[in-house]
Design a protein around this ligand. Structure first.
Ligand code: IMP
Length: 189
């Protein structure tokens, strides 16, 4: 089994990456060394700034990921501010902002940045469209999982096991692209 480092402090993200990449025989090792999450206009900028910082003190191939929830009726809020908004007003605050709102459409976006020594970082993006539920449901997952229902489903992410969330989610999709890349380089060697 090949090893790959995931720089994250989030155990939920780690569990999802481990499940997904185990399907191509890669073992994901959580490496919680921290990095500055700058305030920027896009998730891509946040992720690439993180890579810049980590590469100065870590020489193994690694990836990191930045994600955000973009709610249509809130004009894309919380988006790049998702982390701060979750820490401050949480799922309940988002539900309150959307009280009586009929348009509940939202999109989760995940940006993975993968870095190998002496190579430019590679970026893999995944999105998942869905709706914000009327109340919090479910106990699995993390973050805004209890209020996000992916399109075509009736349950929130928090009502799904990791494997099921991974088949539908923004992170599942960006991880699929990373897995395709790994499969290609293993194949070429
Ligand atoms: P981060 O900056 O990538 O850690 O994520 C920003 C915010 O979005 C954090 O509060 C996360 O908890 C939340 N978040 C990121 N990914 C997910 C997810 O897959 N489900 C629910 N919430 C998420």
């Amino acid at each position: 089994m090949k090893k790959i480092y995931f720089v994250t402090s989030n155990k939920g993200k780690q569990a999802e990456a481990k499940e997904k990449l185990s399907t191509i025989d890669f073992d994901v090792i959580q490496h919680d060394i921290g990095y500055p999450e700058i305030q920027a206009d896009t998730l891509e900028e946040v992720a690439l700034f993180g890579v810049e910082d980590i590469q100065k003190r870590f020489n193994e191939p690694f990836f990191l990921e930045d994600a955000g929830l973009f709610v249509d009726c809130l004009k894309g809020f919380p988006g790049v501010y998702s982390s701060y908004v979750f820490r401050t007003i949480d799922c309940k605050g988002i539900l309150k902002l959307m009280d009586n709102e009929k348009n509940r459409k939202a999109t989760f976006k995940s940006v993975i940045a993968y870095k190998e020594l002496d190579k430019k970082p590679l970026v893999f993006v995944g999105e998942c469209h869905g709706d914000i539920s009327k109340k919090e449901l479910g106990t699995h997952g993390f973050g805004f999982d209890p209020i996000f229902v992916p399109s075509g489903e009736k349950r929130t992410f928090a009502q799904m096991e990791i494997k099921e969330k991974n088949l539908l989610s923004h992170r599942g999709r960006s991880l699929d692209k990373l897995a395709d890349f790994f499969k290609k380089i293993v194949h070429e060697k």
